[in-house]
Design a protein around this ligand. Sequence first.
Ligand SMILES: C[S@@+](CC[C@H](N)C(=O)[O-])C[C@H]1O[C@@H](n2cnc3c(N)ncnc32)[C@H](O)[C@@H]1O
Length: 284
Amino acid sequence: MDVVNTEQEQYWNTEAGEKWVRYQRLLDAQIGPLGREAMDLARVSAGEKVLDVGCGCGDTTIELARRVSPGGHVLGIDLSTPMLERAKSRAESEGVENVTFVRGDAQSYRFPPKKFDVVYSRFGVMFFSDPVAAFRNFLEASRPGARLAFVCWQAVTENPWMAIPFMAALQHLPQVELPNPDAPGPFAFADPDKVRRILTAAGYENIEFHTARRELVVGAGEPLEGVVEFLLQMGPTGKVLRGADPELRRRVRESVLEALRPYQGNDGVYMTGTAWMVTAKSPR
Ligand SMILES: C[S@@+](CC[C@H](N)C(=O)[O-])C[C@H]1O[C@@H](n2cnc3c(N)ncnc32)[C@H](O)[C@@H]1O
């Protein structure tokens, strides 16, 4: 396998992949609506061939497969073996046959040329070491006039669902080095000028950005304690707590619990999340 993103391959095959499998139901409940909005924008329809980049546990691949039926097909690519295993077993148990999952680095994978009508991703395109090379690779795999549609996070400050637990954790971690938001990771595509430059350099046209600011159900309606545990594991908070001793973790958990209490409603914790819906076209 031709992997250029070796750091990401390691990360998504160990701690991150395991967490995404463990919390798959919660994550799908939270980000599912944003993923479906990006599909609507791409006007995915029956008979089309779609590439799902960084397809993870397969939620979007399966939904896309339903949208392209009858006659269409979806290829999901991901670096993570545990996430792909979950994806395959979900597709099988749901009787979805028009999908194929491959393990590979989307940046360098040799896709069949000029094949896809739509290249799609839900939060799977912010991790490339060379994003221009990755999008050029998608363009070569797309037929002329094909659509690109993906959803990616705006800055952490626009995402209280991540910023609030992170700030609560930082009270107990004054020495921690803050992650570089521009490096490959969840916020790498927060700056639309940067993303426009990447897509333009790769050869895309008609590049458009729409803001989606939504109340997200965090933790799929689990009790508050469960939602806190989920947030302590994910994203920047999960990163800074990696290897933390149990006493420090206990204090952070208390602070995050208090910080989240005001967001608890009757049927779950609802917090604002802000994403970019990005669409573009392959030249004709
Ligand atoms: C934030 S997760 C999103 C997963 C899935 N799209 C979802 O919404 O549930 C990012 C995904 O991108 C995958 N990924 C990161 N870099 C990749 C690369 N170079 N090639 C293929 N997949 C990659 C990860 O393994 C992971 O599954």
